[in-house]
Structures are given as structure tokens and as C-alpha cells.
Write a protein that binds this ligand. Structure first.
Ligand code: ZN
Length: 497
């Protein structure tokens, strides 16, 4: 490592599920989070980072712990379907269809790509609180493994999410006092209270303040043990959120158009020819059964064919739908808005454009990928600029403060996954894509590719100067600060200073 800064020996990783950057920043500026301000941000920095698409718990954890995009990891949603593996009579045999919200949640780790390390592999002893990506953490150190299902279920029905956070706080305190070198602690209540009320309701704001108190206690424990200076503390969120006033019923819309639609919980429907797998609920994957397929639902249906079928024009008229994205026959990604169409192409530096192989190129050569973006009519992503041959970093910088941050690379990465839909839909702010079977009803949303869902706080007790940071960069960056080099692993993130 070139930096002269000392390595950190310990790492405490705090995830505040569902904390949007703008709200977190405002709370800091208003003096609502005095401990986080004094002990973390004043010694280090508060940056605006960018999460991934889909911006939802589960897929959005993979960047932090493995440095990979959800598309690279082949986990493109909290629910997904694999067209090639989904077929009668064993259509529910894994991995045909999946919802990590249910019992499949236990399979999340098994679905992660093998041969990639996680943060847990670089430290010892480690401990984990509530976070579902615990690969590499010894079961006995996954401190909430027995109680999580019980307390989450209890809180789901009683709305006592404060109680769930309290347990997190207690385990965090004990793990720090015990001297664990790496501790991940997820606080779920900002997300769950936001879904129940709104993103700035009194109980949501109170939850932030309680987390701040827990951080104050954490710092005092580290001070007492004389290990504060050697401990890296990082506070972030997996995604932001926005308030919801209207639910769009995508399955009903497809049914009405004659595309009988499978969706959770109605995944047993007979004679379905389409499926909607929603995440967050601001995004959904749509799958269409290819008639020619003898086994499974066939391959990904090209955007051009879906357009001929009338699917695209019917969907894009739905009020509140931001865009519909699909993959062209050429391998490019097409983004359809109401007034225009965008096209994302990706190639390896020094090769021809439009090579279908190049779009699915592995992250081994992510530095040599070049992205282009063109549009006709009104730009569906609102950039208003045609881009040619941008590196991944340049594509991030150019789009960072737009309504669709990092949209070019994020749409490219999600289509790398075989489990991604023929179409990917993203809702506008104020809307979600699940009108039924969400109990209790959601009043706040995440999952979409919009700034409110993508921009996340990144508070660290050492300063990070880089202004444009992806959540995939956090994995190599913190490991580098702790004296580990991950250059040998072919990940999507890179070290930021
Ligand atoms: Zn949520």
C-alpha cells in the first residue's frame, strides 16, 4: 500500500438498512446524530456513495461483502426466476424460482458465487448481527442466527422493530468488548418503519437517534479497551428510500393483456406465460415464456421481439413507470421511456462495438470495458448527452448527480445475470410495482434505479477524498486500509483513496 496512513487492525461495519443519503446528511447537519458526527465524520468524512440496481436488501449487500455487482454474482433481485431451470414437473426444484423473503432466505449464501472471499475471510475472530450475507463467519459467531427468524417474525406482526434494533445494539456492545476484529451489525428498523409509515416519520427519526446513541456506546467501549485508534468504523446503508403514494399492479396489467402472470405469492398459477419478480418494490423482473421452448421457459427474449409482441408499448404507458429495459439481439441494453429510447453498449477496449460477447464480459477485465450511451427522442435516463467509450469510472462520474445515478453501468451489470428478466422495470419516485399481497401495505419504496434509492451515506472515521464511490468499492477499500490486498481477486470494485 502506498499510503503512509497506519493500517487499521479492527473493523466495525454498521449498516443502517434503508437510510437515504439526503436524510442522513440532514440529520447530521441538524445535530440529530451527535455521536456519529463527533466520533466518525469529524475525524473522517461523510460521502455520498452509490448503491446498485436493484437497490434492495440482499442483492445490495453483495457489493459490501464481496465487491461484486448483483449481476456478476447472479443474484439480480430479492426474487428471481431462472427461465432455463424453471420447468414442470419439478418447477420448484431449486434454483428455478426464488424469493429470499421466504424460506429461500436461508439459501442466500448458497446462491452466492463460489470461490470469492467475503469480508469475514480476512479477519479473526469475527461476528455477525442480523446481516444475511454471513459466508465466512463461523456459525457460532453469527450471533443472531437462532433468534433472527423469531424476532423478525414477531416484529413483522407487532411492529416492534425498536426491540429488534435493541438486540442488535446489545450484541454489538458484547462483540466489541470481547475483542472481535471484524463485526458486522445491521440495524433493520429504519427500513421497516419507513415501509410502515414514511421515510421521515417520528419513529423513523427516533430510530436514527437511537442508532447514534449505540454508536456513542460503541466508541466508549473501544476507548476503554484502548483500541479506538486502531479501529475502522464505517456506517452506511444498502439503499435509500422514497415515500409511496401509488401502487402499480403489474401482474394484473399483464393478465389483462393476455400474458397470464406468475407472481408471489401466486406462483402456482396454471398456464402462466409471464412472471413478475418484484424487489423492494420499486423494480421488477419480467419473464416471458418462449413458446418454442421444450424445457424451461427458454432463453432471454430479445427486446425487439417483445416490442413486436406489443409488450413494451403497453407497459410504458403505465403512469409512474420510469422505464422498461431489455436486451437487444445485438447484446446491447435498450432502455425505453415514454418519449424515447436509449441504448447502452459495452465492449472491451480495442474491439468492435456491438459484439454480443462483450456485454457479458467478466469482471476480470472491468478496467478495459468501454461504455457508450445513445438515445433517440427524449432521453429516458435524462442525461441528455450521447456518450462514447467511457470507462466504468467515467460513466459513474458523468451520471453521479443525475436522476439515474450510474445508470449506464448499473443497467449493464444487471443483465449479466442469467436470472435477470427479459425486461427490467424501474418505478418513478412515489410509485411502486406491487399493488397486492404486501401485508402490511408499504408506504415507502426502494429497489428502483432512481437517485433517492441509489444515493447512500458513507460515514468513515478516516477521510475518503474520492467523491464518486460505488458500494462495490467499499470491499477493496476497507480491506486495503486494514492491510489486505484483494488485487488478485477479480472483483467489480476498486480501491478509492
Ligand atoms: Zn425494505
Amino acid at each position: 500500500m502506498e499510503s503512509t496512513e497506519p493500517y487499521f487492525k479492527r473493523f466495525v461495519f454498521i449498516i443502517v438498512d434503508g437510510a437515504p443519503y439526503e436524510i442522513f446528511k440532514a440529520l447530521i447537519e441538524n445535530g440529530d446524530l451527535p455521536n456519529i458526527k463527533k466520533y466518525i465524520i469529524d475525524r473522517g468524512s461523510l460521502n455520498k456513495a452509490v448503491s446498485v440496481f436493484p437497490s434492495t436488501t440482499g442483492p445490495a449487500f453483495i457489493p459490501f461483502f464481496m465487491g461484486l455487482y448483483p449481476g456478476t454474482a447472479n443474484i439480480p433481485g430479492i426474487r428471481w426466476l431462472s427461465k432455463s431451470k424453471f420447468h414442470a414437473p419439478h418447477r420448484f426444484k431449486r434454483p428455478g424460482i426464488c424469493s429470499y423473503m421466504g424460506i429461500d432466505g436461508l439459501r442466500f449464501e448458497a446462491d452466492l458465487p463460489p470461490n470469492f472471499p467475503t469480508l469475514f475471510n480476512f479477519f479473526s475472530p469475527v461476528s455477525n448481527i442480523y446481516n444475511l450475507l454471513a459466508r465466512g463467519c463461523p456459525p457460532s459467531k453469527n450471533l443472531t442466527r437462532w433468534i433472527k427468524l423469531f424476532v423478525y417474525t414477531y416484529a413483522h406482526f407487532s411492529h416492534r422493530w425498536r426491540f429488534v434494533n435493541r438486540i442488535a445494539e446489545r450484541h454489538l456492545h458484547q462483540a466489541v468488548a470481547a475483542g472481535d476484529q471484524f463485526i458486522t451489525c445491521l440495524f433493520p428498523a429504519v427500513d421497516t418503519f419507513s415501509h410502515l409509515s414514511d421515510i421521515q416519520s417520528p419513529q423513523v427519526l427516533q430510530t436514527y437517534r437511537e442508532i447514534d446513541t449505540a454508536i456513542g456506546d460503541l466508541v466508549h467501549t473501544l476507548q476503554k479497551a484502548n483500541t479506538l485508534d486502531e479501529t475502522l468504523i464505517l456506517i452506511t446503508s444498502d439503499h435509500g428510500m422514497s415515500d409511496t403514494h401509488t401502487h402499480i399492479d403489474i401482474p394484473q396489467h399483464l393478465d389483462d393483456d393476455g400474458w397470464r402472470c406468475l407472481h408471489y405469492p401466486k406462483v402456482w398459477r396454471q398456464d402462466a406465460v409471464s412472471a413478475s419478480m418484484v424487489s423492494g418494490n420499486g423494480m421488477t423482473h419480467l419473464y416471458f415464456k418462449n413458446n418454442s421452448a421444450e424445457k424451461g421457459w427458454g432463453e432471454r427474449t430479445p427486446f425487439e421481439k417483445l416490442s413486436q409482441m406489443g409488450v413494451i408499448s403497453s407497459l410504458i404507458e403505465l403512469e409512474g413507470l420510469g422505464f422498461v429495459a431489455g436486451q437487444s439481439e445485438t447484446g446491447d441494453i435498450i432502455v425505453q421511456g415514454r418519449g424515447g429510447q436509449g441504448r447502452i453498449s459495452c465492449h472491451l477496449q480495442g474491439t468492435d462495438h456491438g459484439n454480443p460477447q462483450s456485454v457479458t464480459g467478466t469482471s476480470k477485465c472491468s478496467d478495459s470495458l468501454r461504455f457508450s450511451y445513445q438515445f433517440t427522442g427524449t432521453d429516458p435516463l435524462g442525461y441528455g448527452v450521447h456518450y462514447k467509450n467511457l470507462s466504468s469510472r467515467e460513466a459513474l462520474r458523468k451520471t453521479y448527480d443525475t436522476s439515474y445515478p450510474d445508470g449506464i453501468v448499473q443497467l449493464w451489470q444487471i443483465f449479466k445475470s442469467e436470472r435477470t428478466g427479459d425486461l427490467v422495470l424501474s418505478a418513478e419516485s412515489g410509485y411502486d410495482l406491487r399493488a397486492r399481497y404486501e401485508i402490511p401495505k408499504h408506504r415507502a419504496t426502494h429497489g428502483a434505479l432512481i437517485a433517492e434509492h441509489l444515493h447512500i451515506p458513507l460515514a468513515t472515521n478516516y477521510p475518503i477524498a474520492e467523491q464518486c464511490i460505488r458500494s462495490v468499492d467499499i470491499f477493496p477499500t476497507v480491506l486495503s486500509r486494514c492491510g489486505h490486498n484483494v488485487a488478485l481477486h477479480h472483483i467489480d470494485g476498486r480501491v478509492v483513496e
